[in-house]
Design a protein around this ligand. Structure first.
Ligand code: CAA
Length: 387
């Protein structure tokens, strides 16, 4: 009998602040509906100065560890494209903050927004080899573009943690996947840049090409039939992108009209609409919001399209497990989004412009509402602490 492997638990974390995109629209001199409707985004998360990809990742993973599971975590894979060190894995800081044992391998993986999906696939292989072990996959990113650029409204920040095990309680990942890789310069961040460089229009066409091509690879390898898939979770740099891409796919593969296509991504957009782009994490926030919805999806097949600029994409599928709702965090998740402090444009700009004069030594002010904080830098060493 084939071993069932997949996501046993999933939890997310985000920044302590949020800004309504109407504030950005006012500064940019455009109608708020350009962002609310045109991009499908209502607000975005903003990090406090003592938050970063490590504190968000540790916070998301802590929610999983606090719930407990008897299987030992032997591997922690940290997926990010907003890494905080050129050498050391951000996951090693998370490992200490969580109090994991020394007998755990830790590594960071990168390929723009795609790498969490690579991490998930690597995790399933590790569990197939040692089914008594669990793998902790954490996707954590902060999306940053130039202030006043077209891309500014598509920023955001979040981390999603997933426990990958045998006999998963939430989603069994199916083995056939579709892949597509092409060297394209649609979005990148040179080593000396704190913000990404993006060719916005090219990135949209590159995303759509990659989505359709990955689907074709999946179909060519005998993957599940299109009409056996109940819902599709996409990478969501902004939620309208998922709608746009799915309309193209649904029309080309199944001849569906826009209305029918939209129904297949319904229920996957809400968390990203309120958080903004969190790069590696968005596709798994799409899953989290879908599972937190009213519809009972037990036994249903879901499709996933992961896209990372540059570009790599993967289409895979999974089966929602019976009883998955017993692990629901729906109320907690909504409370977490609502609890973020609403900030105005002035405070947001202050936070975005924060740039210490002495990068070797600085101390951050206490601000986060989360359980871990980034205390600053001491002799080029980043300092993290439990609050
Ligand atoms: N009411 C309603 N809709 C409005 C409107 C109004 N008042 N004004 C404009 N709109 C609509 C436009 O018609 C458009 O919709 P359509 O594309 O459906 O026609 C939408 O709002 C956006 O308007 P523009 O195309 O004029 O927007 P823009 O050029 O200023 O910027 C963007 C859009 C290119 C996506 C820019 O935000 C950007 O560069 N973002 C970063 C790149 C990105 O997210 N790319 C996505 C694919 S790459 C990827 O997925 C990886 C990743 O995470 C980065």
């Amino acid at each position: 009998m084939t071993l069932s492997i997949g996501i046993h638990d999933i939890a997310f974390a985000t920044g302590s602040h949020r800004i309504d995109l109407a504030e950005l629209a006012a500064r940019h001199g455009v109608e708020a509906n350009k962002y609310y409707v045109g991009l499908g985004q209502s607000e975005m998360s903003v990090l406090a100065n003592d938050e970063d990809v490590v504190t968000m990742a540790a916070t998301a993973a802590k929610r999983i560890l606090d719930r407990g599971d008897s299987r030992a975590i032997r591997t922690l894979i940290f997926a990010t494209e907003s890494g905080i060190d050129q050498s050391k894995s951000a996951g090693v800081y998370v490992h200490r903050l969580l109090g994991l044992g020394s007998d755990v391998r830790v590594v960071e993986v990168k390929q723009a927004c795609y790498s969490a999906t690579a991490a998930l696939q690597f995790a399933t292989a590790l569990v197939a080899r040692s089914p008594e072990e669990a793998v902790l996959v954490v996707a954590s990113d902060v999306a940053r573009y130039e202030l006043d650029s077209n891309a500014e409204a598509t920023q955001g920040a979040a981390a999603v943690a997933m426990l990958v095990t045998a006999d998963p309680a939430i989603l069994e990942i199916e083995p056939i996947t579709g892949l597509y890789t092409e060297d394209v310069m649609d979005f990148w961040r040179p080593n000396d840049h704190t913000t990404a460089i993006v060719d916005g229009k090219l990135s949209i066409t590159a995303y759509i090409t990659a989505a359709i091509s990955a689907w074709q690879d999946l179909a060519g390898r005998g993957g599940p039939a299109y009409d056996s898939i109940e819902r599709f979770c996409y990478h969501q740099p902004f939620t309208r992108m998922a709608v746009k891409a799915h309309r193209k796919l649904a029309a080309s593969v199944a001849g569906l009209d826009d209305e029918a296509a939209d129904a297949q991504v319904a229920g996957t957009l809400e968390y990203n609409r309120r958080i903004g782009n969190s790069y590696t994490a968005t596709i798994y926030l799409a899953l989290a919001t879908l599972l937190d919805g009213d519809e009972d999806l037990a036994g249903k097949r879901l499709g996933f399209l992961s896209y990372g600029s540059g570009a790599v994409s993967e289409f895979f599928t999974g089966i929602v497990q019976p009883g998955y709702r017993e692990r629901s965090r729906a109320a907690e998740n909504l409370a977490l989004l609502d609890a973020r402090t609403v900030i105005g444009d002035e405070r947001y700009l202050e936070l975005q412009r924060f740039s210490p004069e002495d990068v070797a030594n600085f101390v951050t002010a206490r601000e986060t509402t989360g359980p871990f904080r980034f205390g600053g830098v001491d002799g080029y060493k980043r300092v993290y602490e439990a609050v």
